[in-house]
Design a protein around this ligand. Structure first.
Ligand SMILES: Cc1cc2nc3c(=O)[nH]c(=O)nc-3n(C[C@H](O)[C@H](O)[C@H](O)COP(=O)(O)O)c2cc1C
Length: 229
């Protein structure tokens, strides 16, 4: 399946064979290019063995992707945007993936590299059996009505995006051709970056992200940015 098709079938995987991903596939993954939301923000990611991280999940995989970023405006949504592209890519290769907000770097390893802070990790590996969704009923998500001011079918890929504890903190308003994007005040901006990645992968050519001059205010939400699709 393509990355775009994976949007409608993906699922966090928490059951793996435990067989490490082989060196050739690791090289393929490392070569995959990710588009940033903010190209100026420094980000680093590594594929590390399990003993370099600390995670209470018993199912954690033999290899994980650890993500570091410069801490600056937009860094969290940038990380969500970049690595949801990786989530879809890994699943398009037939691998299972799960974001791991609970994961930490092992105390023996570093939580800061070249001025960048550890943000989050992704567990990935060979899934045990078929872990994908086969229809939209498998997604427990808010309705379009709950996440936007208009029933805009172009927002369906964002609606289906994963988020920490399935919180779905995103909201969208429309003005002319622009779709303005918000994060609930208690929500994580990283999750909103994930939803934006789904809009990008579903509209790879047309997707544009920018900060609008006077975006409409939405009570209880912070403005993240705007897109045209
Ligand atoms: C930023 C982020 C952090 C997450 N952290 C964890 C975690 O620590 N442990 C876990 O089991 N799942 C974690 N998840 C997976 C979510 O629970 C899952 O994405 C959500 O419930 C929606 O389900 P789905 O991904 O299968 O569509 C995380 C997801 C995101 C996006």
């Amino acid at each position: 399946m393509t990355r775009n098709e994976m949007i409608y079938h993906r699922k966090s995987c928490r059951s793996f064979t435990g067989v490490p991903v082989d060196a050739a596939m690791i090289e393929t993954i490392k070569a995959f290019s990710l588009k940033p939301l903010y190209p100026e923000i420094k980000v680093r990611w590594d594929i590390v063995p399990r003993n370099q991280v600390k995670c209470i999940c018993p199912w954690t995989t033999p290899q994980l992707i650890t993500i570091y970023s410069e801490e600056t405006d937009g860094w969290l949504e940038n990380v969500g945007f970049l690595f949801q592209q990786m989530d879809l890519y890994l699943q398009s290769l037939g691998l299972g993936v799960c974001w791991l907000g609970m994961g930490r770097m092992n105390l023996k390893t570093t939580t800061e590299v070249e001025g960048m802070k550890f943000v989050i990790m992704l567990a990935f590996g060979h899934p045990k059996g078929d872990q994908l969704r086969h229809d939209l009923k498998g997604f427990k998500r808010k309705s379009l009505e709950q996440i936007a001011d208009q029933l805009d079918p172009r927002l369906e890929p964002a609606r289906l995006a994963p988020s920490a504890v399935n919180s779905q903190p995103w909201y969208f308003t429309h003005k002319g051709n622009n779709i303005h994007v918000y994060c609930s005040k208690k929500g994580s901006r990283l999750d909103v970056g994930i939803a934006l990645a789904h809009l990008y992968v579903a509209n790879e050519e047309a997707f544009r992200f920018f900060k609008a001059e006077n975006p409409p205010a939405v009570a209880g939400f912070s403005y993240i940015g705007s897109v045209t699709l």
